[in-house]
Design a protein around this ligand. Structure first.
Ligand SMILES: NC(=O)c1ccc[n+]([C@@H]2O[C@H](COP(=O)([O-])OP(=O)(O)OC[C@H]3O[C@@H](n4cnc5c(N)ncnc54)[C@H](O)[C@@H]3O)[C@@H](O)[C@H]2O)c1
Length: 481
């Protein structure tokens, strides 16, 4: 991906920002131009170009001169003994929805933050012709604005973590005490568009995470990995879902084993593979890791993103990247019926974006021990899709909106009525104070949707990616034209 991203950096970067990319060979150049002319480009063939040894990627990109002189704090000890609070946090995927809110929050809490991102998510939007409901600034302008408002700096490394050379440079330069890893392709429908997107998703996510594990082993052994997994790894078993582990007695013997995983898309499967790789390296190399099995995140505002419009977070509502509640709010705002897939009994864990940032901070402040693979279920409440549709209908009425709900054929393969009871106590025990889905939050979410309703592209609302119809042929337009 970095070849594509380098080109977007070259176009957008203001003169104050230095970049270090040099297209070296014809392959790279043709890959760049093919991006402009093909829809969508075939990710896998481009990736091959990336891995050629001569490829030169965008690398460490200090956002301003001052940032080059941030002193490296002692990571785990100083003259007074161990430092309890880690200082230097590398946020991989820091330009994305959860990552941007978390980067700001941690910076506000006086952590030294480095954002690492390939900007591939912005590229997906271009390729699919979708856009955030809220206008979002470039990552460079976001960071610059944050510094102007607060005096706090963030470092920026633009590149692909599947490129180990790039990742190594970022690690050696920043020397993280903690890596928070959000940097993955995170949409289940995206991973089910066609073969090339399925392959891209698994390559991007599994190899990226594997590289992070090797980078920690090589450059930063004490570093705590806080990895974003998903509740979707567990599927919907007909028994209670525990936090990571299940104690089983079988034929008279008892053991505590990883909770069974029943992922239901190539994306969710990539997260399962990640979890296994992380668990293995904790055992084999003594890495310390926390796997945050996150539920579906809703909301857009956090204390920090509301400080200025240039800090605004993304808000996805389309059929590929939009999560259920955000999608329903936008549908209500524009007078589109809420699209419930199938029977609507699909039940999942949900949380407010303000709780995502809190949970990550709690995981950082209470690190896993060396060799420990810790799993937290990161959500605050359970809802079925029908529950959400009911809540949005009620909130819409209060604002004078006439909200209707329709059932559309379910594009996914999943149980539409099922038992669901997932534990989520560990983060509460560490001090999480949940923001539960209240009427006032729904009002404010709906108000955001209403504020930006002129930006809604109605053709992006309906789902158009079928789990059953995925084929080998690249799909040029998985959204409706
Ligand atoms: N949003 C949710 O509801 C939700 C729910 C459960 C879990 N998660 C997990 O949280 C994480 C973040 O999700 P999000 O909603 O913020 O996604 P997002 O797409 O908004 O952000 C992901 C970021 O990672 C970057 N990225 C992807 N691959 C990369 C690579 N190889 N190298 C460098 N950067 C890369 C993207 O450019 C993007 O900025 C994901 O791992 C996702 O699986 C999200």
């Amino acid at each position: 991906m970095a070849h594509l991203l380098s080109s977007s950096c070259a176009v957008n970067l203001p003169p104050a920002i230095k970049t270090y990319f040099r297209p070296r060979n014809k392959h790279t150049t043709s890959c760049l131009s093919s991006f402009a002319s093909r829809t969508p480009p075939i990710f896998t063939s481009c990736r091959r170009t990336l891995q050629e040894p001569n490829f030169v990627y965008a690398t460490a990109t200090p956002i301003s001169k001052e940032l080059e002189h941030i002193p490296k704090s002692g990571s785990s000890t100083n003259s007074n003994g161990p430092i309890s609070k880690p200082k230097r946090v590398m946020v991989i995927g820091g330009d994305g929805f959860c990552g941007w809110a978390t980067s700001l929050h941690l910076s506000n809490k006086n952590y030294e933050v480095a954002v690492v991102d390939s900007l591939v998510r912005r590229l997906f939007d271009h390729q699919l012709g979708v856009d955030s409901l809220t206008p979002i600034s470039s990552i460079q302008n976001r960071i610059r604005r944050w510094k102007a408002l607060t005096g706090k700096t963030m470092q920026l490394y633009i590149g692909d973590i599947c490129d180990f050379e790039f990742l190594s440079e970022a690690f050696k330069s920043f020397e993280p005490d903690v890596v928070v890893h959000f940097g993955e392709q995170r949409s289940a429908p995206y991973s089910m568009i066609d073969r090339s997107r399925a392959v891209f998703t698994q390559h991007n996510n599994v190899i990226g995470t594997l590289n992070v594990l090797f980078a920690i082993k090589e450059f930063s052994e004490e570093c705590h990995l806080v990895k974003l997994g998903t509740m979707g790894e567990y599927g919907t078993p007909n028994i209670d879902i525990e936090e990571g582990y299940l104690t089983i007695t079988h034929n008279g013997r008892t053991d505590t084993l990883p909770y069974p995983k029943q992922a239901s898309s190539f994306y969710h499967l990539s997260k399962v593979h990640d979890s296994h790789n992380i668990a293995f390296t904790c055992k084999a190399w003594g890495i310390r890791a926390t796997d945050l099995n996150q539920g579906v995140v809703y909301g857009v505002r956090t204390d920090e993103t509301t400080l200025h419009e240039e800090l605004c977070n993304r808000f996805d509502y389309d059929g590929v990247f939009g999560t259920a509640l955000n999608r329903f709010c936008v549908q209500a705002a524009v007078g589109h019926p809420l699209t419930v897939y199938g029977k609507g009994g699909q039940t999942r864990g949900y949380l407010d974006i303000r709780d995502t940032v809190q949970c990550v901070e709690l995981a950082i402040a209470n690190p896993a021990k060396p060799g420990e693979f810790r799993v937290f279920n990161q959500f605050t409440e359970q809802f079925s899709v029908n529950d959400l549709a009911g809540l949005v209908t009620k909130a819409g009425k209060k604002l004078g909106l006439e909200v209707q709900t329709i059932s559309v054929p379910n594009p996914r393969v999943e149980a539409e009525e099922h038992y669901y009871n997932a534990k989520h106590t560990k983060l509460i025990e560490l001090g999480l104070k949940p923001h539960l889905l209240s009427d006032s939050l729904l009002d404010s979410l709906l108000n955001v949707a209403i504020q930006f309703k002129d930006r809604v592209d109605h053709s992006q609302i309906m789902p158009n990616i079928s789990w059953k119809k995925i084929g080998v042929k690249p799909r040029a337009a998985p959204v409706q034209l």
